[in-house]
Design a protein. Structure first.
Length: 295
């Protein structure tokens, strides 16, 4: 199963009746969770609930905008202004009763009054709703194909960046012994300064402990390589991988920061490790930009 991007667009057009049609558009962008926004015709609450349910079944993550538009003769219908017409009829009957007159209001005359009739959206029947739901399934399939296509490009870029991270980690591993020697020379020089100034043994031991703590970067390299391997494994597994990949990149960034802090202030090979560490952080940051768009 491949990873999917959260950026895509799909559109479906279909018939609800011989004289009317509908257009259903889906737009997807990145989001931490599944965030649905539906633009629906009036009086279509029941259909909206069904559309939301279908989207939740088929899409795991992303900001999804759905727009449903009706076109054609049956997309609109004449509607009665209930308040205006009802008010006129009630007043007519009250006046007839008050003055003792017989008769009922002429409905033809009432409906010809300005504002008595208006144009509104027609409600979809069960068959029409079924056609729209089938159209949404088709649009989701289109959306998924585009998301998969975008995902393949993201996956390729992420694999290339992981390969560069591996290469940098391997070079740092080769320089590790030289950095340890550089730290040893630095601490030896520091010890001579302290001894020359009559420093006590405890102070010298503290400096030696600092060397042991700061000189060894093996642990960071091992963890970094483990995170890279796990990252590639998640890519291969595919599916809903975005949050896992983002977490692993955060861990990689932590290891790169620790590596840089442990090698700061060391000249010679230490400067090369600093360059490699900064390059690692750049690769990790660019990878995170891509992962933000992975479902």
């Amino acid at each position: 199963m491949a990873i999917r991007s959260m950026t895509a667009f799909a559109q479906f057009k279909g018939q609800v009746r011989p004289d009317s049609s509908f257009t259903l558009a889906l737009k997807s962008v990145n989001h931490r969770f599944l965030d649905l926004h539906l633009r629906m015709p009036p009086q279509s609450d029941a259909l909206e609930i069904k559309l939301r349910r279908l989207l939740k079944e088929k899409v795991a993550r992303g900001h999804i905008e759905l727009t449903l538009a009706l076109d054609g003769a049956s997309a609109t219908a004449l509607v009665v202004n209930q308040e205006l017409v009802g008010g006129y009829i009630n007043v007519f009957r009250q006046a007839a009763q008050e003055f003792g007159l017989a008769g009922e209001p002429d409905l033809n005359a009432v409906l010809r009054m300005p504002g008595a009739l208006g144009v509104g959206e027609a409600q979809l029947d069960a068959d029409s709703e079924g056609r729209v739901l089938a159209g949404l399934s088709d649009a989701i399939a289109q959306l998924d194909r585009m998301r998969l296509e975008e995902g393949r490009g993201i996956e390729q870029e992420l694999r290339e960046r992981m390969a560069r991270l591996r290469s940098a980690a391997a070079e740092v591993e080769k320089l590790r012994a030289a950095v340890s020697r550089a730290y040893l020379e630095k601490v030896q020089s520091r010890m001579k300064e302290l001894i020359g100034s009559h420093a006590d043994q405890d102070r010298i031991l503290q400096e030696a402990a600092l060397l042991a703590e700061r000189s060894d970067i093996q642990e960071e390299i091992v963890r970094l390589n483990a995170h890279i391997q796990h990252f590639v494994g998640v890519l291969e597994a595919g599916g809903e991988a975005g949050k896992k990949l983002d977490f692993l990149l955060q861990e990689m960034n932590r290891e790169a920061n620790t590596l840089l802090s442990k090698t700061s202030g060391v000249t010679g090979e230490g400067l090369r490790i600093t360059e490699l560490g900064l390059a690692m952080k750049a690769e990790i940051e660019k990878s995170r930009e891509q992962v933000q768009n992975v479902e």
